[in-house]
Design a protein around this ligand. Sequence first.
Ligand code: ADP
Ligand code: MG
Length: 270
Amino acid sequence: MIRAENLRYVYKSSSGDKVALDDINFSIDDGEFVAIIGTNGSGKSTLAKQFNALLIPTDGKIFIDGLDTSDEKNLWHVREKVGMVFQNPDSEIVAAIVEDDVAFGLENLGIEPDKIRERVDLALDSVNMSDYKKFAPSKLSGGQKQRIAIAGVIAMNTKIIVFDEPTAMLDPMGRREILSLVKKLHTQGKTIIYITHFMEEATAAQRVFVMEGGRIILDETPREIFTNVKEMRRLGFDAPVAVELAERLRKKFKLPPKILTADELAEALK
Ligand code: ADP
Ligand code: MG
């Protein structure tokens, strides 16, 4: 379980302080899939970095399974529990060969070579990249690189995975692959925190946090959030395509309320 209590984060610099997170409170159960959306600069990445103690709250606390991230002696325990996947796969890849890259985190833990190979093979298999294990990462597409980065996290076997806009630099095909991988990890029992600016992706979550100005202003199901088209527009988001379409079709047809997905819309139109 993850719990944030009155969490606040301030970037301090000579040109002045910037409050990036303010009065953040939530708890996330084991195995939940939470999406986080919000306009640029709303604090999503700053929040992402609190989960594995890359940043420590200026005030308030965040607990990972009861471990206070601001307590230095918890640092490695926290990082054993929380894996991170970032936006730019190029900046995450550290080795010249795919399998070495996936093994990197494990080698740092001092695990035996045989065990490492086993875990790397399993991780590559689960992201469908086994055929590429001897490849140079530089030869791979953006989506493939991102799957390698995810394999690195899978190999570490963390119970929580935080994704910070992992599909932002990918083409639609690469995006779909990453999202289906994220869904698979969720069904395998991982706790997923998934930051995205694609509303369609956020509809896959069980719960959505909407951030604005460093605060979580909404914390509800995707259906509650995305079918409130007026509120979405006010906040500067496009509603998911199926929601927009249902909204327009309602002018001509009688449709049930709160249609969220294309499948639901198709069913309603029958
Ligand atoms: P998001 O990921 O939602 O776009 P960020 O968490 O990156 O938002 O940024 C939140 C706010 O903090 C923004 O106003 C941003 O300009 C500011 N910020 C982010 N990183 C730094 C930094 N290293 N130093 C100072 N301000 C920062
Ligand atoms: Mg960001």
